[in-house]
Write a protein that binds this ligand. Structure first.
Ligand SMILES: Cc1cc2nc3c(=O)[nH]c(=O)nc-3n(C[C@H](O)[C@H](O)[C@H](O)COP(=O)(O)OP(=O)(O)OC[C@H]3O[C@@H](n4cnc5c(N)ncnc54)[C@H](O)[C@@H]3O)c2cc1C
Length: 533
């Protein structure tokens, strides 16, 4: 069936707004973040969402350190921070010893406790400021990829089916992604074997100390905004119930009574839901197009990876996918993307997706060990051992780096690249000649590359970006804060997503000039390409 075959649907196809650069399907956190990133880079996407109203219930409750850093890079941290509360760490597999984010090298060494609905509302507000409105009540129905674009069938709020031609389509449409399936991208992995339940209750007798103590029984319990209390329970007697089976109040009470000896006086449920540990990773994050080389369908967020919600990583990973993809896709559409830039999205983010699916599978196993009677003894001992290991600063640091996503570094293309290449840029304080002191992250609010000279070689960076001024901000620091990673570094080129593209320590000015020119061409494309290609 052709997606443009009007006879295949009862409603007729219209051609309103029939062409768009990018169609984003799904306005969850990933789609919203991507829309913001594209709009910042001068591309106005269409952002369509099946739900007619914003999501009121929140699956996720946390923004981990790297996600808060991303907001900081775009000047959005204050508006997120004022809406949530911070906690210095988070749990891994529900172990007693928390991951200590405060010991990590970041100005945001904490997790921000912020319900997903709030995160989505803040991102939607930002998208609106940048000129992108969520088009609600639009559902993607069909998709056909062609050499020069993608044809998508959308059913609108009035039931009319619309044909859209987009140069690129990004599936941000969650774990059951229609885009992924229609593009023929495989989603291998494992089906669910274990489920848990969550409930938000307007009435709960327990105070904060009692709720915090519930963690000893493996229960997560926390106050939410609006006077609600969230309970998350994996009950050994109910953990094989399929996630499609609805949760009842009676089931919830019975589970709490069985595990904790009290139901904490819960009443007036506002949301009850069951979730599982199905774990899958998309075969590719970019489709293979009809010409086998340049696919025009991309996936991000839950559409690309699903897993048990252990240690709160799904939403965070989706935001980080969007941050990686946004500027690359915009570069392609703006006509200056170097060869292979868009493909680097898959190369950089799929390994991250794999690592998250693996660490959540490990956590699920560690939790299951104390839920299955025959493993409970050794399982408890193993968890005790891991608790002890997590008490060791190095071990804690390593795992905290992974879960916070602060330790993510993208492998450099050149084997002899500086060790900094691919790492996050540290948020050092600096002052350019005649200018006020700034933090490095403040230089990224416009979503451009930053070429930062650290030698005080006045004007060298500024001269080097001639012809690329719209894409690269050049700053020569007259003074800057020290940072161990930057010892001996004379110049860095940092990508719009805050990862280092190139760094040099050479004192030889001619060699540095040649290196810099090559790095700018490799990452920021040719000089003198006007915005919009
Ligand atoms: C119990 C639980 C707790 C969690 N806790 C955390 C946590 O603390 N931290 C964390 O980081 N993650 C957590 N997660 C995971 C997190 O909720 C998801 O990873 C996150 O929602 C993914 O965002 P997304 O935008 O990729 O997808 P989604 O949030 O699923 O959004 C996809 C959107 O696409 C829309 N859509 C779907 N199909 C179509 C279509 N055909 N046409 C148009 N629109 C469509 C949907 O309506 C939806 O709005 C948790 C998950 C669960 C289940």
């Amino acid at each position: 069936m052709s997606p443009l075959d009007t006879n295949s649907h009862t409603a007729f196809v219209t051609a309103r707004d029939a062409h768009t650069d990018v169609l984003i399907v799904g306005a969850g956190p990933t789609g919203l973040m991507l829309a913001c990133e594209l709009a910042l880079a001068g591309i106005r996407p269409r952002l369509v969402e099946r739900r007619t109203e914003p999501q009121r219930n929140s699956r996720a409750l946390t923004l981990h350190p790297r996600s808060v850093e991303l907001m900081d890079l775009r000047g959005l941290a204050p508006r997120f921070l004022t809406r949530g509360t911070t906690r210095p760490g988070w749990h891994f597999a529900g172990l007693e010893t928390l991951l200590d984010f405060s010991a990590l090298d970041s100005r945001h060494g904490y997790t921000l406790f912020l319900p997903q609905a709030r995160t989505e509302a803040l991102l939607a507000e930002r998208a609106r400021e940048l000129g992108v409105e969520v088009e609600r009540g639009y559902e993607g129905l069909g998709l056909t990829e062609r050499a020069d674009g993608v044809d998508v069938e959308l059913r609108g709020p009035d039931g009319t089916v619309e044909a859209v031609r987009a140069r690129y389509v990004v599936g941000c449409d969650g774990g059951r992604s229609f885009v992924r399936e229609a593009a023929g991208i495989g989603f291998p992995g494992t089906d669910e074997t274990l489920t848990g339940v969550l409930g938000d209750f307007a009435v709960c007798d327990a105070g904060p100390a009692v709720l915090a103590d519930a963690r000893r029984q493996g229960i997560i319990a926390a106050p939410l905004e609006g006077g609600l209390t969230r309970f998350v329970v994996v009950d050994p007697d109910r953990m094989r119930v399929p996630s499609r089976e609805p949760v009842t109040m009676e089931e919830f009470r019975t589970s709490l009574l069985r595990i904790c000896g009290t139901d904490y006086g819960i009443a007036e449920p506002r949301w009850l839901s069951r979730f599982g540990n199905a774990t899958r990773l998309a075969d590719r994050y970019r489709s293979q197009g009809p010409d086998a080389a340049a696919g025009r369908v991309l996936l991000a967020g839950d559409a690309a990876h699903i897993h048990f919600p252990a240690a709160g990583q799904g939403l965070n990973t989706g935001l980080q996918d969007a941050m990686n993809l946004g500027w690359k896709l915009a570069a392609e559409l703006n006509g200056w993307a170097p060869q292979g830039l868009l493909d680097s999205y898959d190369a950089e983010r799929r390994p991250v997706g794999r690592s998250v699916t693996e660490n959540t599978a490990v956590q699920t196993l560690l939790m299951e060990l104390i839920l299955v009677p025959q493993y409970r003894g050794p399982g408890t001992a193993l968890r005790g051992l891991l608790d002890e290991l997590l008490g060791m600063a190095d071990v804690n640091h390593r795992l905290a780096g992974q879960v916070s996503a602060l330790s993510i570094a993208y492998p450099p293309a050149a084997p002899d690249a500086d060790p900094l290449v691919g790492q996050r840029m540290p948020d050092i304080g600096l002052t350019a000649a005649g200018a006020e002191a700034v933090r490095a992250y403040e230089l990224f609010h416009e979503g451009r590359f930053v070429l930062l000279g650290l030698t005080g070689d006045t004007g060298a960076a500024e001269r080097a970006i001639a012809g690329r001024g719209a894409r690269v901000t050049a700053v020569t620091a007259a003074e800057h804060e020290g940072h161990p990673a930057l010892d001996g570094v004379r110049e860095v080129l940092v990508r719009p997503d805050g990862h280092i593209a190139w760094a040099t320590r050479t004192a030889d000015e001619t060699a540095r000039h040649a290196e810099r020119a090559a790095a700018l061409a490799a990452w920021a494309g040719p000089a003198d390409v006007p915005i919009g290609g």
